[in-house]
Design a protein around this ligand. Structure first.
Ligand code: IMP
Length: 427
């Protein structure tokens, strides 16, 4: 019963979509376990290029059940649009399943995400303004509405009435904006419910059945470890756990059943939104990484901050996730670089530290200590075997393995499915 969790090891956008699309060929079930439509997973395969926000990246394999797990918050309008777009491009979505326990993003969540961000002024988190934070806050405050609630219209109306009354007080009295109409929200969400009903069901049983048949299950993460609300750069973080531990809760699989935890790292590092990133390059090298790596938000189009690989952060990420292996993506972005740097420690208050600080005030003051390695200055995107890579590229990978104490399983040298090198086996 191999279960592989695919986890973002940095600040998101590491290329998890490509890795899941690749591994899903052998999987019978893929479960998205966290986040919402703040995620944007780019997949390039024989169907074309896709930007998935909610639908798991295994959707292109008809035999693979693709579950949107209980740990995801779902904006039904975005999901319906995504299903329609996939169908228009000949991708069958009859293998899609929505956990009846997944919470829904409601119109007031989206309004409040924007209003809360505006009220933070210069301290704004830089959220995607998709209602993700307010929806997760309501989930734990027990004011959430779940996908399964849409299947019972009367009970849904009662619950919505109770919750919307409270939200309208916040909207009108605190933020001074217009209230939302119960009738309009109810009618709209009933329509969404009718459309999504065929997909909504209990999901833990089907996952257990797959495990009992020794079939492979993939747990697809969103965002990245350094955005985790506990271990990320809080408060510049997201609101659900992208960690391996989160994959267990967000998919409904006991931790003892997870066989491998694959950490996905870019060969460099990026971040979008506010918050510190010690190796950020605010210079021509950063611009070159951004342009060569097309480092613009999949969902928002925002330019991402780019920097050298941070091995301090990577070690931390490996520790809190228990990675059994790593996938290094975008290695080809360095093809033209004469020299590469890896951050191996930080200088903080005159001392050298090799731990990722828990406080952002400390992290903001950390100065990276770099080690330099030669670049390979030759194209590698056509290479499929590890031994084919230039010695400098192998030296770079070997150094990442040493610094993180984590073996590299996969190396991605281009966006297409086949542009991947398997260095060692994941399982
Ligand atoms: P939220 O998840 O929309 O609340 O945003 C919180 C923080 O997480 C912001 O800095 C976002 O830019 C960041 N974030 C959320 N989703 C992603 C993602 O998929 N990739 C990268 N950053 C993300």
């Amino acid at each position: 019963m191999p279960v592989i969790a695919v986890i973002g090891a940095q600040w998101g956008d590491e290329g998890k979509g490509k890795v899941v699309d690749l591994l899903a060929e052998k999987a019978r079930v893929v479960v998205r376990f966290s986040g919402g439509d703040n995620a944007g997973h780019t997949v390039v395969n024989p169907y074309g290029e896709f930007r998935l926000q909610l639908v798991p990246s295994g959707i292109f394999y008809r035999e693979t059940a693709c579950i949107i797990g209980n740990g995801v918050v779902i904006n039904p309008a975005v999901l319906i649009d995504e299903i329609d777009q996939l169908n228009q491009r000949s991708v069958d979505t009859s293998n899609l399943v929505i956990s009846d326990r997944a919470n829904l993003i409601m119109p007031y969540h989206i309004l409040l995400d924007g209003l809360e961000e505006d009220s933070r002024g210069g301290k704004a988190i830089g959220t995607m303004r998709r209602g993700i934070g307010p929806a997760f806050a309501d989930k734990v405050a027990r004011y959430g509405i779940r996908a399964g609630d849409l299947l019972d219209k009367e009970a849904f109306l009662e619950r919505l009435r109770l919750i919307l009354d409270g939200k309208n007080i916040i909207l009108t009295k605190i933020y001074g904006v217009s209230p939302l109409s119960l009738d309009e929200v109810y009618t709209q969400y009933c329509q969404y419910g009718e459309r999504l009903a065929p997909y909504i069901r209990e999901t833990t049983i089907m996952i257990e059945e797959a495990l009992n048949k020794e079939e492979m299950v993939l747990l697809e993460g969103a965002q990245g470890t350094l955005l985790d609300p506990d271990f990320g750069t809080y408060p510049y973080a997201t609101s659900s756990s992208p960690l391996a531990g989160g994959s267990s809760v967000g998919a409904g699989i006991g931790p003892t059943r997870i066989s491998a935890v694959l950490g996905v790292f870019k060969a460099y590092i990026t971040r979008v939104g506010a918050g510190p990133m010690p190796t950020e390059l605010k210079d021509a090298t950063g611009d070159l990484i951004r342009e060569r790596g097309h480092e613009y938000g999949t969902v928002s189009g925002r330019p991402r901050d780019c920097g050298w690989f941070d091995a301090v952060a990577a070690r931390f990420s490996t520790r809190v996730n228990g990675f059994t292996g790593a996938a290094i993506t975008n290695l080809d972005i360095f093809d033209t670089f004469p020299l590469l740097k890896i951050c191996v420690g930080y200088k903080l208050h005159g001392e050298t530290i090799d731990n990722f600080p828990s406080s952002i005030a400390a992290l903001e003051k950390c100065q990276p200590i770099y080690e330099e390695l030669p670049g390979w200055q030759t194209p590698i995107s056509h290479m499929r075997e590890y031994e084919q890579l230039p010695p400098q590229a192998r030296q770079y990978i070997a150094r990442l393995e040493e610094l993180t104490s984590c073996p590299v399983n996969l190396i991605s040298v281009g966006s297409a499915r086949e542009q991947t090198i398997q260095k060692t086996a994941i399982l």
